[in-house]
Design a protein around this ligand. Structure first.
Ligand code: OGA
Ligand code: NI
Length: 207
């Protein structure tokens, strides 16, 4: 990613105008392949957990709401490529702060795998239990994704519906209060999902 590119300016503009931006080729196909093998490695060694809803005492598992498996990642990762991606997000965060005054302090990120025939029902990422999420981002890792594979991210900005295909290398950015949903995915669907936070992550248990 060239952080001073036109796409950055567009992203800033679109996030404030319509609440989301689709950034194609945010990472190269070579990097996508590496990230997918790291995710598969993690899945094989049992590092992925069934994703839940809510936090701490309100945490619950419910397949009728979401069917993905996740593995949290951070700068302590042993994989250079993961660190490289997190650095790019860090740069993006700084640029968004400089231009949009969003007061972003930190971010949290995980790999997500949606097995065949899973989805994530309509929701918002910023709510009482996750009050500090400001911008959501999703890097998609699916090469040769076709229409029939489903798994689009449906966004509902101001009463309309926008469907975003989970194409390899594409980064979707959207404001965390926007309603969205992952439509039924008929093929295993890989991504790295994360949130930019207006609070330091080790403090998010505070109100
Ligand atoms: C989420 C989410 C979107 C996607 O994990 O909260 O909405 O396209 N993910 O994976
Ligand atoms: Ni979400």
């Amino acid at each position: 990613m060239n952080i001073s590119s036109n796409k950055l300016l567009l992203a800033i503009d679109q996030l404030s105008e319509i609440g989301y931006y689709v950034w194609d080729d945010f990472v190269s196909l070579e990097d996508v392949k590496n990230l997918v093998s790291i995710a598969n490695e993690g899945r094989l060694s049992g590092d992925f957990k069934k994703a839940g809803i809510g936090k701490q005492a309100l945490f619950q598992l419910d397949k009728s709401i979401r069917g993905d498996f996740i593995q949290w990642i951070d700068r302590g990762s042993k994989h250079e490529i993961v660190k490289k991606f997190l650095n790019q997000i860090e740069l993006l965060k700084d640029k968004l702060n400089e231009t949009c005054y969003l007061g972003i302090k930190d971010f949290e990120t995980h790999f997500a795998i949606y097995p065949e025939n899973t989805f994530y029902k309509k929701h918002v990422d910023r709510f009482q239990q996750n009050a500090h999420r400001v911008i959501s981002f999703v890097l998609y890792l699916n090469e040769n994704w076709e229409d029939g594979h489903g798994g689009e991210l449906a966004l509902y900005p101001s009463g309309t519906i926008e469907k975003v295909q989970p194409f390899a290398g594409r980064l979707l950015l959207f404001r965390s209060e926007l309603e969205h949903e992952v439509l039924m995915s008929y093929k295993t669907r890989y991504s790295i999902t994360g949130w930019m936070l207006d609070k330091n992550m080790d403090l998010t248990f505070l109100p």
